[in-house]
Write a protein that binds this ligand. Structure first.
Ligand code: ADP
Ligand code: ADP
Length: 239
């Protein structure tokens, strides 16, 4: 019943850097997991092995009960469609509208010959509206991305990833470049997707304070190893 499972996972980069040492980890459907640790601890490596942006050196990773290490082509596309990925840099097309950027989330995962040419169906446009509503950004549908604040751009990036109907969201330092107020708006969105749509959320964070506010479980990682793993109730008791 784990949605994500790491079994003795090791990741050594080609240059010899150790990304992950020996990770054993089970994440259940519907959890909101915060991964905290200093820069270079391995947070980003851990997240990126889940959708196979990075391959592992040894061990096994299961998503939805299936080993992903030999996934290629069709199975890999399906895995990545299932997993929405959010980055510190929002990776949006800044000169385009919010609507166009959100619709782009559809092309990579459900391409049709029309969408490849930038022509979207009424259903896709309706879906984009719903995605923007989920992140409270509907009033910016026709705004240019460049005119939005960083926090608003990140929320558009979240809406874009909703277009692929993910059931897992991985967020790699999503608020690292944002001020506290807009950070909260982004974290509130992730929390809402977790609570209302039942999405499993795994988010890398620098801030333990933010992790404590939003997560149901906090995992601490240092030098490629899990050194802390507690449900939020226990974290709060420790003070
Ligand atoms: P964090 O996300 O916690 O900052 P990373 O996962 O980025 O940590 O990095 C973990 C370790 O792996 C660091 O020593 C880092 O330098 C190394 N590393 C990360 N990406 C690469 C890469 N592409 N090539 C080589 N080493 C890498
Ligand atoms: P971020 O905060 O986004 O993790 P980093 O500076 O840690 O930024 O990494 C930026 C990119 O460089 C990532 O793709 C990471 O995998 C890669 N990287 C990180 N450390 C190393 C390294 N020691 N050697 C090569 N690539 C690295």
């Amino acid at each position: 019943e784990s949605i994500i499972s790491f079994k003795d996972v090791k990741k050594v980069y080609p240059n010899g850097n150790v990304g992950l040492k020996n990770i054993n980890l089970d994440i259940k459907k519907g959890e909101f997991v915060a991964i905290v640790g200093l820069s270079g601890a391995g947070k980003s490596t851990l997240l990126r092995t889940i959708n196979k942006m990075h391959d592992i050196t040894s061990g096994d990773i299961l998503v939805n009960g299936e080993s992903i290490v030999h996934y290629r082509d069709k199975s890999l596309r399906k895995l990545r469609r299932n997993i929405g990925m959010i980055f510190q840099s929002f990776n949006l097309v800044k000169q385009s509208t919010v609507q166009r950027n959100v619709l782009n989330g559809r092309v990579g995962y459900y391409p049709t010959w029309k969408s490849v040419l930038g022509l979207f169906s009424k259903a896709d446009k309706q879906k984009a509206v719903e995605a923007l509503r989920s992140v409270n950004m509907i009033e910016k549908l026709y705004a240019k991305v460049d005119d939005l604040s960083g926090g608003q751009q990140q929320r558009v990036a979240i809406a874009r990833t909703l277009m692929q109907d993910p059931n897992i969201i991985l967020a790699d330092e999503p608020i690292a470049s944002l001020d506290p107020v807009t950070s909260s708006a982004v974290m509130d969105d992730l929390k809402r997707l977790n609570e209302e749509l039942g999405m499993t959320v795994v988010v890398n964070l620098h801030s333990v304070r933010i992790a404590r506010t939003y997560a149901s479980r906090i995992i601490g990682i240092r030098a490629g190893e899990i050194v802390y793993d507690q449900p939020i109730e226990n974290v709060k008791k420790e003070d």
